[in-house]
Write a protein of this length. Sequence first.
Length: 99
Amino acid sequence: MIFIDPILIGRAFAATESELQNSKNVGEFVTILFKWGVPVATSLAVVVMIYAGYLYMTSQGNPDMVKSAKDYIIGALVGLALIILAGVILKNVIGVNYQ
């Protein structure tokens, strides 16, 4: 999957201040922000899922904690889906090349 690939192979993108200042148009600016934001958002979603797994395992059958853990997992998955959808929109609808 192209959106998570930079994190998995250890070459996370980061936008520097000079890159943001030297961007020539809005599309290039959005591209730079997207290259920076995807690894951060994906990492955050993974951390939330790990935390939700911890909550689920330590809930000891408490229905409130189980529901809370499931809500965290659903929220993280929805966030990942939005990240993927944003990439599809940027590439196909707007025409931004973020690779």
